[in-house]
Design a protein around this ligand. Sequence first.
Ligand code: BTN
Length: 254
Amino acid sequence: MPEKKKIIANEIIELDQVSSTNDYAYQLALDGKQEGCVVVATEQTTGKGRLGRKWDSPAYLGLWFSIILRPTAQAPAATLYPFFASVAIVKTIQKLFSLTPDVKWPNDLLINQKKFCGILTEAAFERQQIKFLILGIGINTNQTPADFLPEMRAVSTSIRQEIGEWVNNQMFLQQLLTQLDSYYSIVLKQGFAPIINLWKSFCRSLGQTIALKQPETTMKGIFHNLDQDGSLILRQENGQLVKILSGDLDYLKK
Ligand code: BTN
């Protein structure tokens, strides 16, 4: 059988230091770089998180990388792509470390209720179509508690902190890129339904009482379902179902 041609990691650009791999990859994509190209940096000086936050990205203590995607899809589908990345990250960690992280809506990954991974998607559109997507992935692999900013210590962790062993970033990235390529080919062949189902199977807050913080309000309710478009369906106390497109989720005790 001829070997299937991989898309993700058909080219890997390795940088020692960069402001943000997302910004670097975005510029490459604007200049026409092909789908699948990965930009990985040892260190980011101004790593970016969701909602305009900073993402601390010290040298060697984590994996900081971005992937250029060029799916043929309508603009609203852009929010779905991080879900296949989350599933691929969970699968890689299961395989390498016999540990199943929790996925937190929309795009965080947790171990023991602390965040170790975040995903930032940035997109360019043309006539309601996705022109390209930059899937930026940050994974805390080797920090100790002292490596986190004091205000982040209670809510952040690294894989090393959880498994008690130094993580080989090179080996981890290689395995992860293989999984990302496999799950991207599932998306291309079958769409997002299998991805959404897998994501739900890793989500411990599904069915639980949660709070959703948005700039103006905080909504409380039960995490009823993840919709096929990646939005969160919240069941409010009066039984009404509300579809949430963005926000920050907090776990609440019942
Ligand atoms: C978040 O949880 O807020 C998303 C964090 C995303 C961080 C990654 S690190 C690689 C890529 N480059 C960036 O500047 N951000 C993403």
